[in-house]
Write a protein that binds this ligand. Structure first.
Ligand code: NDP
Length: 296
């Protein structure tokens, strides 16, 4: 049975579809078909980034889809090499050009740059300008920890609408989630089904094979991925699962016809290991992570 995807209202009233397709590590030549499959399935939200190198293919798939550009919420991110007021304004032009749009629905800063926070703030000011000029409908951040958010809010005029962070059963960042909630910032989960954990060694390896999740999945004839996505949605988070496979893209979208019990939600909450899978946000520097983002 098809279910309508509920929206999450952002702090400026803009509606964000709660499930989007992520395209990190989706090669450009597979991006068009993955996005097309998602839009055919009913997805209305795509999450990309300048640093993913596939904005152009995302745009092409959106423009040739049945509903066209108007039916899709487009989210992308400015890479750290483009931070600075003027550079970030220009980065908008690069992303919009590749996506083939005049307006981006949600533009975020991909990372804080703790070693040069002034540059991060200047980049955020550019996002504020883009929002005021109607070039973007909402602005946000990604991988911002409590300290980064606190420092940003001390300087910012506009509270970010979204903070996209690593968040799956094995790494839940309760401190960041609480800070986001307190300030009306929507928590958006990257690696929502634990993609980043799949290659771990040791006791806590893949979330897909976790016995607690597997048991819940089995009892409801759902897959572990569906149970994890349902858990996020019931806790009010936005999710952006990635797949290039049409059957998984459809599976990850089919999460609205069932409800986890409070005990099941609590059991998944209890799986947090506190162990990050992705890079340490404080270790992000231009020296180690900087790279040029091509012009449109
Ligand atoms: P996900 O948790 O979405 O997992 C993706 C992995 O799971 C892929 O290997 C995919 O393989 C596989 N997969 C997808 N669906 C299923 C399923 N139903 N059953 C079994 N396996 C499945 O992790 P990601 O790290 O990709 O994160 C999702 C999105 O979050 C990214 O695409 C990106 O948009 C965003 N992101 C943002 C970051 C940031 O710094 N802001 C960092 C990382 C991600 P396959 O494609 O073969 O199906």
């Amino acid at each position: 049975m098809a279910h309508e995807v509920p929206d999450i209202a952002l702090n400026n009233g803009v509606e964000l579809p709660s499930i989007g397709l992520g395209v990190f590590q989706t090669p450009p030549d597979e991006t068009r078909s993955a996005v097309a499959a998602a839009l055919d399935t009913g997805y209305r939200h795509i999450d990309t980034a300048a640093a993913y190198g596939n904005e152009r293919e995302v745009g092409e798939a959106v423009h040739t889809s049945k509903g066209g550009r108007a039916a899709v919420f487009l989210e992308t991110k400015v890479w750290i090499s483009d931070y600075g007021y003027d550079k970030t304004l220009h980065a908008f032009g690069k992303s919009a050009g590749k996506l083939g749009v005049d307006q981006i629905d949600l533009l975020t800063l991909h990372q804080a740059l703790p070693s040069d926070f002034g540059k991060t703030v200047a980049a955020y000011r550019a996002l504020e300008t883009l929002l005021k000029d109607g070039k973007v409908r909402a602005i946000g951040v990604s991988n911002f920890m409590v300290e980064h958010l606190t420092n940003l809010l001390a300087e910012a005029e506009i509270v970010p609408a979204v903070n996209q962070i690593e968040l799956h059963p094995y790494f839940q960042q309760p401190d960041v989630q609480a800070f986001n909630a307190e300030h009306g910032i929507v928590t958006q989960a990257w690696s929502p089904i634990g993609g980043i954990t799949f290659y771990r060694e040791g006791k806590h390896t893949s979330t897909l094979e976790d016995p607690v999740i597997a048991k819940i999945a089995e009892s409801r004839s759902k897959s572990p991925a569906q149970v994890m996505l349902r858990w996020h949605l019931q806790e009010g988070r936005s999710v952006i699962p990635k797949s290039t496979k049409p059957h998984r893209i459809a599976e990850n979208f089919d999460v609205f016809g069932f409800e986890l019990t409070a005990d099941e939600v609590a059991a998944i909450d209890g799986l947090d290991t506190g162990k990050r899978g992705g890079p340490e946000p404080d270790a992000i520097t231009l020296e180690s992570f900087g790279r040029e983002i091509p012009e449109a």
